[in-house]
Write a protein that binds this ligand. Structure first.
Ligand code: ADP
Ligand code: MG
Length: 452
């Protein structure tokens, strides 16, 4: 991938950065380094000062006033940098994402990250992130615990009785075998752009994005999935090739390519388009720093795409880090869907996420709202799962979907075959629940319009 001089400058950020210039929450070069030094000076009051609403320039106008835009975006990033930390679910992935609150990022850390990214780009990174090579392996049809004799029979999920689960599963299986289209879901009046976000890694963001997208597409709706994660897990799960060099999100964000040029049709469902992500996107996080209107590039590309493409739902799958990639997702979207894992610490950080949303909402995207919470990886055998469910419902009474996604081996196996669970094991409880969740989202969208 040839880089322009401007992009190379972006990669060389530590050299081109001037002392005192606002950055990604990293300390200025004339300030002390070390844990605590970077973040301690950026408190809420400071963030407010940086984010003086009077100085805010809309993304569209930002090309005329890059310096003001720089201050605003840097402000948001600095402020959220203090509030949010992101876990990475696999060590070494995407270089820059494996951070914790206790270890603020210093310029030194940035250099290390950059070199890691470059190293990842040059040394056949495909081997690190690709789906299993070769043709799809034969799937092993050993019944999952709780799947037999009736799916869901032994692993009750709130809101789904065993009888309902087995009936729906039998129907889903029959439909899948006969190639019958699923029942039509109502389309929203205007495109719903939903970013799937949670600062924790491994909570089911990608799984949720791809299965809901496929579920809605199977219901006759037109869906686009934007993979914003350099790991490309959403692309894998939707059977889209994403080895290094495959054009996709990187080209849209950095080269100004259109989504229409690089979106691919997924075989998982009719009318399901995917803008794939490759490991090259890891470098975009750094390259975007020196780019004009850097936080609004996805929003702009989406606006252009939606002018000429009739799409009902857009799902944006974010990486487990809050850098410019995720910020692009938050600025492009109207709604946030937060998957919450029914485990310890499920709610830890959710209030921080809400603060982040409010910051972005106030400064960069007025329309953004946390519209949907989905409980994932529910394990009926633990009392903890039920407790977490209650707690989440108490906090997000309106937003939480009735449908809960159970922990299911089928769900976790599906991506290794380049499939969603909806086609991999349509009769599994996991598939039935994701279909129900997709239906609930579609009906809520339609009802909201009727209420207006
Ligand atoms: P994130 O995108 O938030 O990092 P993923 O969707 O990649 O999370 O999920 C993390 C891991 O958990 C993956 O291996 C995925 O297959 C698995 N997983 C997700 N949802 C479930 C579920 N309901 N039951 C079992 N495994 C799941
Ligand atoms: Mg993911």
């Amino acid at each position: 991938m040839a880089m322009t001089g401007e992009q190379q400058q972006g990669l060389g950020w530590p050299v081109t950065m001037q002392p005192g210039q606002a950055g990604l929450g990293w300390p200025r070069s004339d300030e002390p380094e070390g844990p605590g030094a970077a973040m301690s000076e950026v408190d809420a009051g400071d963030a407010e000062a940086i984010l003086d609403p009077g100085s805010y320039v809309q993304a569209d106008d930002a090309e005329d006033a890059p310096q003001v835009e720089e201050a605003v975006v840097s402000g948001v990033l600095r402020a959220i940098g203090t509030a949010i930390f992101f876990e990475s679910d696999a060590p070494g992935q995407a270089g820059a994402s494996a951070r914790s609150e206790a270890v603020p990022v210093t310029p030194k850390g940035v250099e290390a990250d950059t070199s890691l990214l470059l190293e990842m780009k040059s040394e056949t990174p495909a081997s690190r992130i690709q789906a299993p090579p070769g043709p799809k392996r034969a799937r092993f049809d050993v019944p999952e615990a709780g799947e037999s004799p009736a799916p869901g029979g032994e692993t009750p999920v709130p809101g789904v009785t065993p009888e309902q689960a087995s009936q729906e599963a039998a129907k889903a299986k029959k439909n899948a075998e006969e190639g019958v289209e699923r029942k039509s879901l109502p389309s929203p009046d205007e495109t719903r752009i939903i970013v799937v976000a949670n600062q924790k890694g491994g909570v089911g963001k990608t799984t949720t994005a791809v299965n809901l997208a496929a579920g809605l597409a199977m219901g006759g709706l037109k869906v686009l999935v934007v993979d914003l994660d350099p790991q490309g897990n959403a692309s894998t799960a939707l059977g889209i090739d994403h080895e290094s060099g495959t054009p996709g999100t990187y080209e849209v964000l950095i080269d100004g390519a259109t989504i229409a040029e690089h979106a691919q049709l997924s075989e998982e469902a009719p009318n399901l388009m995917v803008l794939p992500a490759t490991i090259d996107l890891a470098a975009a996080e750094i390259e975007l720093v020196s780019t004009v209107a850097r936080e609004g590039r996805l929003a702009k590309a989406l606006r252009t795409y939606l002018k000429t493409h009739d799409i009902d739902y857009v799902f944006v799958d974010c990486p487990p880090s809050l850098g410019l990639l995720t910020l692009n997702g938050l600025v492009a979207a109207r709604e946030i869907l937060v998957p919450i894992q029914c485990e310890y610490y499920a709610l830890e950080g959710v209030s921080q996420l809400v603060n982040t949303i409010n910051l972005v909402k106030g400064e960069l995207n007025d329309e953004l709202q946390l519209s949907t919470v989905l409980l994932t990886m529910f394990d009926a055998r633990t009392r903890l799962a039920a407790q977490v469910t209650d707690e989440v419902r108490a906090h997000f009474a309106e937003e939480t979907l009735h449908t809960v996604i159970p922990r299911s081996v089928r769900i976790s196996e599906a991506p290794s075959y380049g499939q969603t669970v909806l086609t991999y094991h349509p009769e599994s409880v996991g598939a039935v629940c994701y279909l129900r969740a997709a239906e609930e989202i579609a009906l809520r969208g339609a009802n909201k319009e009727n209420e207006r």
